[in-house]
Design a protein around this ligand. Sequence first.
Ligand code: NDP
Ligand code: MG
Ligand code: MG
Length: 340
Amino acid sequence: MEKVYYNGDANEQYLQSKKVAIIGYGSQGHAHAQNLRDSGIEVVVGLRPGRSWNQAEQDGFQVRTVREATREADAIMILLPDEKQPSVYKEEIEPELQPGNALVFAHGFNIHFNQIVPPQDVDVFLVAPKGPGHLVRRTYTEGAGVPALIAVYQDVTGEAKETALAYAKAIGAARAGVLETTFKEETETDLFGEQAVLCGGLTSLVKAGFETLVEAGYQPEVAYFECLHEMKLIVDLMYEGGLAWMRHSISDTAQWGDFISGPRIINDSVKAEMKKVLEDIQTGKFAKGWILENQANRPEFNAINRRENEHLIETVGRELRSMMPFVKAKQKEVVVTSAK
Ligand code: NDP
Ligand code: MG
Ligand code: MG
C-alpha cells in the first residue's frame, strides 16, 4: 500500500512563519480559513465586496481584495469556483505573485487542463480534501478530519511537499490520512468520482429506482423513503465498516438481493459507459465542454438544473422532509447561475 501520512508525518513549522491568503470564502474557503486560524496560522481572506466578504468579516477575518490578499501573503490558496479561477488569477493574482510564494489549489483542474499557467519561480501544489467544505469544518471542530490528497506540481523552494503536508495537518486532514498523488491523478479521479459514482451515478440511480416504482403504481412517498431517504442509513454503514459491515447489518434477504440483483443493475454495459466517461475526462473533452458552456453563460447547465428541480422526487421530498424536524431541512431554490 502507498504511504499514508498522518499528523506525526507533518511539521507545522513549514507554515508557521507564513501568511496564508484564502481566496474565496465559500464551501471550502470558510472551512480552510477557520481551521487554519484555529491551528495558529495567520490567515487573510481575499474576496470581492459582497455576501462572502461580509460573512468572512463577521467571522472575524481580515478581508482584502484578491490583489491585496495575494500581495500580503506567502501562500495563496485559490478556493474560487474552478470555472472562475482563470480570469481572477490572470487579473488579480498573477501580477502580485513574488518569487518563492506558494500557489495552492484544492483541485487540479485549472493547472492540469492549462487554464492557469503559473510562473516558474513559485511553488505550486494542491491540498484536496476528499469531502465537502462544511464537513472539513465540522469534523475539525469535533477533533476529526476529512482525508486529503496532496500533489506537487512545481517545487522551487525545495519545501513544497513539506508545506503541503503542514497545510493538510492545519486543516485537520492529517488526522484522517493524507495521500500523495499527482495533479493528473487528482483531477481525473475527482472528476470521474463525482460524475460516475458520487454525484452523477448516485442521483441517476436514485431517480431511476424512484421512477420505476412510481410508474408501476406505487405511492411516490413510499418510493421516496425507499430510494432516497434510506440511502443515507446504508451509506453510513458502508462509511463505518465497508461493504461487509453494511451487509452484516441488513437482513439476509436484503443481502441475497444485493448479491443477485445488484450486478444486473450496474452491469457490464454500465461499466463500459463508465470507461467512456473516464476517457472523455482523460482526453480533455469533458473539460473543454465545461469551459465552453461557461463562456456561453451556461445555457445547458441552467436548463437541466431547472428541469431537475421540478422532478417529482424533489417535490415529494420537500413535503416529507418538512415533517421530519430531525432532518435539518435545506431548501435550495433554483437560481440561474452565471459564469460571470
Ligand atoms: P464555492 O462556489 O463554494 O466558493 C465560491 C467563493 O468564491 C465565494 O466566496 C465567492 O464569493 C467567491 N468568488 C466567486 N467569484 C469571485 C471573484 N470574481 N472574486 C472574488 N471572489 C469570488 O467554491 P468551492 O468551495 O465549492 O470550490 C473551491 C475549490 O475547492 C474548487 O477548486 C473546487 O474544485 C475545490 N473543492 C471543492 C469541494 C467542495 O466540497 N465544494 C471539495 C473539494 C475541492 P461571492 O460571495 O462574492 O460570490
Ligand atoms: Mg470535484
Ligand atoms: Mg428494506
